[in-house]
Write a protein that binds this ligand. Structure first.
Ligand SMILES: [Mn+2]
Length: 240
């Protein structure tokens, strides 16, 4: 049976991506979907993009870092961070190829029962009315979507589709009643994590090393109480 393997933030960690796909035993008829931030901070950004461009099994939504380069190459007035500038320089050798690929990345990939986005969806807002800034940067409820303090969006979200997201690294996958966060901080020396939709199974591999240091200590997994009735969580519990 073909599988849908959803992978957390890769950030140029091509070696760990290879390790994870080997652990998963990637088959010809499997599909790989990334939660975005394919590039920036790690050191093999070209290799990651080449794989996603050349292999039809691979697709991704756009992350905030992918988006920054896309905006820069479109000529929008944006200041790149140091890490983004380093990736831009690495990718400049084949700018048209990489710029075209970043241009093609959607904000959401709808997998029917599941929805893949980079950061989150704002609870209560219809999917076709979500804002780009929320889809690529949302962490908590309130006016500043990037804020880390406060109630995480996924603790409130009760939408029809289970949202698979990245963007907010933690030592373990983040879990809400209807959402699963897959960024386990590989580029910071954590792990690269995948979730297989059909089996509800998590797979992860350790980073070979830390390629960047986080701006703050990886926050502890936010525990959502009263989640017993959730189908998602039953699936998750079975795989512990
Ligand atoms: Mn990220």
């Amino acid at each position: 049976m073909s599988r849908t393997i959803v992978i957390g933030d890769i950030h140029g960690c091509f070696d760990e991506l290879t390790d994870l796909l080997e652990l998963a035993g990637l088959n010809e008829d499997d599909r790989v979907v990334a939660v975005g931030d394919l590039i920036v901070k790690g050191e093999k950004n070209r290799e990651v993009l080449d794989l996603f461009i050349d292999d039809a099994r691979f697709s991704s939504v756009i992350g905030n870092h992918d988006r920054a380069l896309r905006q820069y190459w479109r000529g929008e007035p944006i200041l790149l961070t140091k890490a983004q500038e380093a990736s831009r320089a690495e990718l400049e050798c084949n700018r048209e190829r990489y710029a075209n690929y970043l241009k093609s990345l959607p904000y959401m990939i709808d997998l029917d029962s599941h929805l893949v986005v980079h950061a989150g969806v704002r609870p209560g807002v219809p999917l076709d009315s979500q804002m780009a800034v929320d889809l690529t940067e949302l962490r908590t409820m309130g006016a500043n979507p990037s804020r880390r303090k406060g109630i995480p969006w996924y603790a409130v979200y009760r939408g029809a589709k289970i949202v698979l997201f990245g963007h907010w690294p933690g030592p373990q996958p983040r879990r809400g009643q209807r959402a699963i966060g897959l960024d386990t901080g590989c580029v910071y020396g954590g792990r690269l994590t995948a979730f297989i939709i059909e089996s509800g199974q998590f797979l992860s591999v350790p980073a070979r090393r830390a390629y960047d240091s986080p701006k703050r200590k990886l926050s502890r997994h936010y525990r959502v109480k009263d989640i017993r009735s959730s189908t998602t969580l039953q699936v998750l519990n079975n795989t512990r």
